[in-house]
Design a binder for this molecule. Sequence first.
Ligand code: HEC
Ligand code: HEC
Length: 609
Amino acid sequence: MTKWLLCLIAAGMLGGAVNAAPGDYLSPFAISYDAATKSLYVAEKTARQVARVLPGSGTVNKLYPLPSEPNGLALSKDGKTLFVTVEEPQGRIYVLNTDSGETVKQINAGHTPMSPKLSPDEKTLYVCNRFDNNVSIIDIASGKTVKKLAATREPVALTLTLDGKFLYVANHLPEGAANVDFMTSVIQIIDTQKKEVIKNIALPNGAIDLREMTISPDGKYVYVPSIFARFLVPTTQIERGWINTHALNIIDAKQQRLIHTVLLDDVDLGAANPWGVGCSPDHKYIVVVHSAPHELSIIDREKLFEKLSTVPENDGTHKFEELAENPMNDLSFLFGVRRRIHLKGIGPRNLVVLNDRAYITEYFSDSLGVVALSPDIKDNVRSVPLGPRKEMDSVRKGEMYFNDASLCYQQWQSCSTCHPDARMDAVNWDLLNDGIGNPKSTKSLLLAHMTPPAMVRGVRPDAETGVRAGIRYIQFAVPEEDKSVAIDDYLKSLKPIPSPHLVDGKLSAAAERGKKIFEEAGCSMCHEGAYYTDMEKYDVGTGADNEAGTEFDTPALIEVWRTAPYLYDGRAAAMTDIFRTFNPKDEHGNTSELTDEQLNDLIEYVMSL
Ligand code: HEC
Ligand code: HEC
């Protein structure tokens, strides 16, 4: 008898249970509750399926296989139709009949659709197209996209006001040049009748890496958790959230403005990498998932607002941010207001909150967390397996460690804090590997191991050394070799995501023209080979201030469409700026003679890699 079966019997869960495809990790991610059948739907990413789960027992009683990895769910009110977004460059939304399990329809969306939301009349579907940087408004009956609205940078989450009039869009990353002293992810508000973006709400300085948001059950507030990056200070220490803290941003939905930002950490314990957020239907609790230390914050909503009524509201100015008695700077503000609960599963992501319980997808342990919210209930934390647990290989372990803040002193951050999805956070950090006072734009770790040396100035011989240095000098912990090796294996396993600039997976006509210019302008002298780097260092005239004349490691160009801003200090917001503004003497390829059209073609090519 398999361990899994024993487990089921022990949990008394055999009635009507179905098994996951054997040998797969599940990676539960999105979750949705169906009041009609009192069941949960769980999108299991790497297993490429949705599971229907009974909340009481954790029994999986139906599986819905999909061709790609599902990341988002929206359920019709009668529980009969489930809309599932999947991670594809030419993204689709699968419309499933929950009874028959059949796909009744496929709706085309953009690159990596996420966070589907239904209008109250269930005629319209809204969806983020993460890598197209826009939001689709889709007419469900015809399956046609009515309009696409531009987002700022990687829209990942949507929430709709109760009347359906306003759609909030959470952008994952900040946009613009990074050698500045203000960087933030933006919340946009779309008027769904006008079908226009009517407002951009900048979060406080350093509020980045957005993942999820929710509207309160009374429709009055939008809650958005974020990382709160202190990117202006050198990373010399980590105590008291010196490098990164974590926050809940509270938007007043009527006034459509940010009114409060509250820190979620404790003075000596970070609450790293917040992800999902939800409210109990009675609005007694706000629950925030901390994905990296595997915790929940259960916030007593009444007490929180009582306490907030004694502090000034955010007036949107820098002056406000500097106020001493400001919950934005107060690591003990939530004392007596919030309970931190350690989960039994690993890598929590999203949640639904029913009256007295929260159900949390636990990505790395392939399980469902169940937490009773009332402080009076003992034994209040369970973790129920969602299928046979596959032994983790080194790659999966490495991904888990990379996303784990318990490897960091006082849980202040994980590697994924600055390298979300193993890429980059689009801000500059003054790490100490190359001295102090010369901030560098965070590097994506795709291909890091294949293209030594590592770091912008090549100060580490290879990425392996960089990984261990990261644990020692940024996590302030002692690297353990087996964990470092697993992180290496995970990073080596990363696959590039096809560029949104490709047309049916191929170079566009403009990119084909640009490919020739790439040769003619001398780009391929240094950006050569499969990864577009000769792995040598050059002074291409970009070094400024105390780095004037410095040679930098030639960066790989695969997936460079995703990693703006550019150059070592992130001063080039767009790729055009690299050549039109920061290459006056043609030291970085021969670009001064190119016409605007030729330069556009060249950039179209590079952005397609
Ligand atoms: C505080 C933000 C931050 C954290 C946390 C962080 N990094 Fe980085 N990382 C950076 C920045 C910024 C760079 C680029 C700096 C440079 O090149 O000088 C970088 C570069 C790297 C590189 C070199 C990549 C290349 O191609 O040259 C590796 C490898 C790396 N990080 C691994 C890690 C690992 C592993 C962790 C977790 C143990 C981690 N980082 C945590 C900010 C961070
Ligand atoms: C002499 C070698 C060399 C040549 C020739 C060269 N590059 Fe570069 N390239 C580099 C180096 C070194 C950097 C890093 C510079 C920095 O960070 O300031 C770089 C940076 C870049 C970046 C920014 C990448 C990032 O992530 O920030 C792009 C894009 C790029 N090059 C494209 C091109 C194109 C297109 C051409 C031809 C017009 C070209 N390069 C010619 C060496 C070269």
